[in-house]
Design a protein around this ligand. Structure first.
Ligand SMILES: [Zn+2]
Length: 452
């Protein structure tokens, strides 16, 4: 993976602002044979409009060095547009140090290649008029296949980050070998609607992933599965590249690229859903380990050694920070849907309400804060972002969280604790991160050299 184009400023330059979190509802779980919901391409949005793209095919051989160099600056510019949707031509040229003549030539070349579009920028300040750099209406697209605990969804996204859902369903009672071929068929059907524009498919999986293999999906009891089947229904002469990553890790990538940790050199992200996962992001890139399966923070033994985790280990932190923990503290039976249980409990918390709810939230927030303190000692991040139910859990018991977080920090960290920020992208984080991963590939100089 190549380094992301923008320069990542040091801590003093961190952009701590972020848009309010947005969310999408998880796909519902239906009984019996799950129906597949397939959306028709909409006429409203950039990535879903336009005539079929100029013909392009996967390369038969790698582009040579000169071809890659020719596309190097173009790659920087396109990655900047993906990382900062809405960026103006003037701002982009300043960021990349491009003279106006060279920029005009480059943008014209990219426009002719259907790789970039432009629209007039609003003039809200004096100065020369500029344009906003956008996705080209016939430009490259990526499909994101989201495999969450509740079900699956397919999204289509473009260079400037517009995403639209194109298909969704539940797993029914099937295991991966049973449902993956159906998703592959839905993906190929969706891609056909866009001509040959779909260049990459990225899977965001709520399990442990190495390359394109699912190693373990503990919360559903699934073992190994080959995800490469996901692109098996595309025509063999235009099969897109398949990438895959853990959903929490991808959410961290999204936060580091354009969310609450944007600009951080070292960012740690934690997503609490059923268990907790995450990623360390350094210079805008995931540090994913030798097999790509790192970031399984939930399986550190920060919990009760008397508790058996579905992953096979004992005493996992996973069991201390989610709906299973809240239910245990409250004296309830293990919930069948720990995420829904946690959301319900946290949503009903009010001052003066059920003291068992409040006690359960405080104990769980404490265990979350303590573990995050330990991870801050381990990784020394500039910024920590939290997503999933973690923001609500922290908001429900801020004192318990903060006290445990600070108590878990080494003394020198306590003088200047890494800020813990709520994620910007909410439940959209994994999809946003998968799209970023896909466009890293699509906008690489080698890939651009094959587009035209
Ligand atoms: Zn575990």
């Amino acid at each position: 993976m190549t380094r992301h184009a923008p320069d990542w400023p040091l801590r003093a330059d961190l952009d701590l602002t972020g848009a309010p979190a947005t969310s999408t509802d998880p796909a519902g779980v239906a009984s019996g044979e799950p129906p597949v919901r397939v959306a028709q391409p909409s006429s409203k949005r950039g990535p879903l409009t336009g005539k079929p793209a100029a013909a392009h095919r996967p390369p038969t051989k790698a582009p040579d060095r000169a071809a890659r160099q020719r596309w190097s600056t173009a790659s920087d510019l396109l990655r900047l547009v993906h990382a900062q949707p809405g960026i103006t031509r003037t701002e982009a040229c300043e960021r990349l140090g491009l003279a106006s003549g060279a920029a005009a030539e480059l943008i014209e070349r990219l426009r002719r290649a259907h790789l970039i579009g432009e629209r007039r920028a609003k003039r809200d300040a004096p100065g020369r008029p500029t344009t906003v750099l956008t996705a080209h209406p016939d430009g490259p697209l990526a499909l994101v296949i989201e495999l969450s605990m509740a079900g699956w969804r397919i999204w289509c996204g473009d260079l400037d980050g517009s995403v639209s859902e194109v298909a969704a369903s539940s797993y029914g009672n099937q295991d991966p070998a049973g449902f993956l071929p159906g998703i592959a068929k839905a993906a190929a059907t969706a891609a056909r609607g866009y001509g040959n524009r779909v260049r990459t498919v990225a899977a965001a999986v709520a399990g442990t992933v190495s390359g394109t293999r699912l190693l373990q999906f503990s919360t559903r009891g699934w073992d190994e599965a080959d995800l490469s089947v996901l692109t098996s229904r595309f025509p063999s002469n235009s099969a897109p590249l398949l990438l895959a990553g853990n959903d929490a890790a991808l959410a961290g990538l999204a936060e580091a690229r354009g969310g609450a940790a944007r600009g951080a050199r070292v960012a740690l992200h934690l997503l609490v859903a059923v268990g907790v996962g995450g990623a360390l992001i350094v210079d805008g890139q995931m540090v994913a380990g030798a097999q790509g399966a790192g970031g399984e923070y939930g399986h550190l033994p920060l919990g009760d050694p008397g508790l058996q985790c579905p992953c096979g280990a004992r005493g996992c932190w996973d069991l201390m920070v989610d709906g299973r923990a809240l239910a245990r503290h409250r004296g309830d039976a293990p919930p069948t849907d720990p995420l829904a249980y946690a959301r319900n409990l946290l949503n009903r918390l009010r001052p003066g309400t059920d003291s068992r709810d409040r006690a359960a939230a405080e104990l769980t927030a404490r265990d979350l804060g303590a573990g995050i303190g330990g991870l801050a000692n381990a990784h020394d991040p500039d910024i920590i972002t939290v997503g999933g139910i973690a923001p609500n859990l922290r908001a429900a018991a801020p004192d318990a969280f903060n006290e445990a977080y600070l108590a878990g920090l080494m003394t020198f960290h306590r003088r200047n604790p890494p800020p813990v920020l709520d994620a910007t992208y909410g439940d959209e984080g994994p999809v946003r991160g998968a799209l970023a991963l896909a466009f890293d590939e699509i906008t690489s100089p080698a890939s651009l050299a094959t587009w035209v």
